[in-house]
Design a protein around this ligand. Structure first.
Ligand code: HEM
Length: 332
């Protein structure tokens, strides 16, 4: 994976402070967040130079494991709603390459063009026979974000549909159909500190058209996007080989993984659309920004044991700290 300046300039560095703790860290969307290297957050759906390679990777994962895409029967209208909302978003943000035209208002027929992928399709909203695949699969083949759709009923949110190919150490296939509170069951601390119940209340009050975002982060070895529970056997051992390998390899092998997560209330179905976009940057690139290297060091050094364990950083945290101190110019 080769990194360029643009990857660093636009990287959503996730730490506002030297100490990281879980919080209901939501902020309104649409504002650019400045960072020490540039900034991020202009758009809710972000197309970058990895567009094709990440879409190819998604297609490969879906072909190998269809459980990464699921839609419970009552969520079919929400999947159409999500597709059209994302098309409108793309057309508004990328007018040079994306275009949505309503051909016939009477029967809800649209023409969708995505010049980046050479797509020019006409479909009737709600009629699956007019699309080559199910609506959520169709649009997720054209965005780099993972998507979960949450149904709101009986005073709770339920993760009842989605296409998730780049999960950070969790399983969409396991979580499908679970409530928001059940999904967050394994996360330490958040229950006693009411982070999740507060987020849940907040999300249930989200109005159509409103959207918020937050970040989450982890460390990943060798730039792998797919670190789902299902493929643990393919990526789990990387942590050990990194820890047992030479220290000078850590800069290229260990990546800070930031997820930019958007929460958008869909206009017709009332479902909440959860977009998860994963950005990876190797430590060697992080270390080109002094303030980032220093902050990452402080955060990792301070991270409590239960959070380190839950995030799966027990093996990688030590090498990360040693590399930052040796090659990243950080003074412990
Ligand atoms: C994990 C908070 C929204 C699905 C987590 C973690 C936190 C968190 C703190 C632990 C992450 C880590 O240590 O790496 C929140 C907050 C939210 C939110 C504050 C909203 C304001 C959502 C939504 C979904 C979701 C809408 C949709 C299904 C997950 C999953 C995990 C997770 C699947 C991993 C759980 C596991 O280990 O199995 N979340 N989250 N989150 N979150 Fe959320």
């Amino acid at each position: 994976m080769i990194y360029r300046n643009a990857d660093i300039e636009n990287y959503p560095f996730p730490f506002p402070r030297d100490q990281y703790r879980y919080s209901t860290n939501l902020e309104p969307t649409g504002r650019r967040n400045a960072s020490a290297a540039g900034g991020w957050g202009d758009r809710r759906v972000d197309i970058d130079r990895r567009y094709r390679s990440e879409l190819d990777e998604r297609a490969r994962i879906l072909a190998a494991d269809p459980s990464r895409s699921q839609c419970l029967p009552h969520m079919v209208p929400a999947c159409w709603d999500a597709m059209l909302t994302l098309m409108r978003e793309l057309a508004a943000d990328y007018p040079a390459t994306m275009r949505l035209d309503r051909i016939s208002p009477d029967d809800n027929t649209f023409r969708w063009r995505n010049d980046l992928l050479g797509i020019d399709d006409t479909f009737t909203f709600g009629d699956p026979a007019t699309l080559p695949t199910a609506p959520l699969d169709y649009i997720c083949g054209q965005i780099q974000e993972d998507v979960v759709l949450l149904d709101q009923r009986a005073g709770q949110l339920w993760g009842d549909a989605g296409v998730v190919t780049f999960a950070a150490n969790w399983s969409f296939g396991f979580d499908i159909g679970m409530s928001f509170l059940q999904i967050h069951g394994p996360v330490p601390r958040v229950h006693s500190e009411k982070v999740i119940t507060r987020a849940h209340e907040f999300l249930m009050r989200l109005e159509p058209g409103q959207s918020f975002r937050r970040t989450n982060w982890s460390l990943t070895v060798d730039g792998k996007l797919d670190t789902a529970t299902e493929t643990y056997r393919e990526w789990g051992r990387d942590r050990r080989t990194l820890a047992e390998g030479p220290l000078d390899e850590v800069g290229d092998r260990l990546f800070l993984r930031t997820e930019v997560q958007h929460l958008i209330r869909l206009p017709h179905s009332g479902a909440v659309m959860f977009l998860i976009r994963t950005y990876l940057l190797p430590f060697a690139a992080i270390a080109t920004v002094d303030a980032w290297a220093d902050r990452l060091y402080r955060v990792l050094e301070d991270l409590p044991h239960d959070m380190t364990e839950y995030k799966g950083l027990e093996r990688t945290r030590g090498p990360a700290l040693r590399w930052l101190a040796t090659f990243g110019g950080v003074t412990p």
